[in-house]
Design a protein around this ligand. Sequence first.
Ligand code: ATP
Ligand code: MG
Length: 412
Amino acid sequence: MEPEEYYRRKERVALFVSLIMASLSMVSLLVAFSYYCYIRNKVSKRSHLQQMGHFQMSFNCVFEGLDNDDNKSGISNSSLQVACEKGLQVFTFKQLNSATSSFSKSNIIGQGAFGSVYRGVLNDGKKVAIKLMDHGGKHGEEEFKMEVELLSRLRSPYLLSLVGHCSDSNHRLLVYEFMINGGLQEHLYPTRGSNVFPSRLDWEARLKIALDAAKGLEYLHEHVNPPVIHRDFKSSNILLDKNFHAKVSDFGLAKRGPEKAGGHVSTRVLGTQGYVAPEYALTGHLTTKSDVYSYGVVLLELLTGRVPVDMKRPQGEGVLVSWSLPKLTDRERVVEIMDPALKGQYSMKEAIQVAAIAAMCVQPEADYRPLMADVVQSLVPLVKPHRSTYAPKSPTTVDSNSKCSDSVLTES
Ligand SMILES: Nc1ncnc2c1ncn2[C@@H]1O[C@H](COP(=O)(O)OP(=O)(O)OP(=O)(O)O)[C@@H](O)[C@H]1O
Ligand SMILES: [Mg+2]
């Protein structure tokens, strides 16, 4: 073979081999890319399900049948059934009747808009608080169902747990974990209400309660999708366990928040006087910032030891927010609003910081109020980590007319 012919042949072979290799590389590239796309698709589907799945699916179900208009009737029985399957106990009226010694007056521990609250002991010895709805009607029924549905799905150490419920014929009862130290307002205003807890909460305990309650709202607003707006956040809906850990309670008025950020839902104005955000009261537009306002009012109660509205006070002092707001942002005047019972327990630096948080929460412009996550972040450094429990000097449950007693209330 001629050397020229030999080299030409070699050149053709080399070209052929290069072409084959190039095509093979293209094919492997294509295969690799398709595999990548397939995996990516799978991963994004899974993370989407993880993010949205639990809560979104639950909430679609929770709020199924409930429009933004409160006048539409409640949730279907089938969704109540779902709630029951989620680990809630279904009680008969007879069981709860025997748990409360036939709803004896001596077992009443409180009274709210829903009805009376009884102390009870279940067959297995578990202590519970039992709310007996004493008014029927569509709204009572809706509140009952909302409470059952929400609490069966939300799980947070900062929210009160529902043990079960009873819907025997006309009776509607809710059974909760028992919070031995009752509602926060009973400790802030010991002579009000049916139970008297003689010890005033000290500064550290108040900060810890403020943080726990903020975490409860943060969970509702930011860890649940779509967010839940509590709509009735107030000191009597913050309950305290034996270690004075606080839990947020009462979801009967709760609403699903807007899907899109910055949106609102329109509803008829509900809530408790003194805690309702001004823009919600005026327009009925409800956002998570309405809860932030109510939270600010509770923070003011903790700072001042005053109720949100008290028209018996001198002129200009009756409405807690209007009275305290000008002083909250003036470092020199913060001391004027502080609860005299706290004297000597706090540093001015701490008081000014908490006052600043309260001022931001209750400001009239909703958009400028902080997120609950911001509030939590601001309070965390103020709460002493070593103080995990609060042991008041002498708390007790006594009748409404008596003053302080020295007996100690413990969970037996
Ligand atoms: N789980 C519980 N454990 C112990 N005490 C409770 C429990 N739930 C309620 N209570 C007591 O019953 C009181 C009344 O509670 P309830 O929620 O019925 O009414 P409220 O919060 O005062 O008003 P509203 O009906 O507007 O929420 C509370 O302040 C508290 O002392
Ligand atoms: Mg309540």
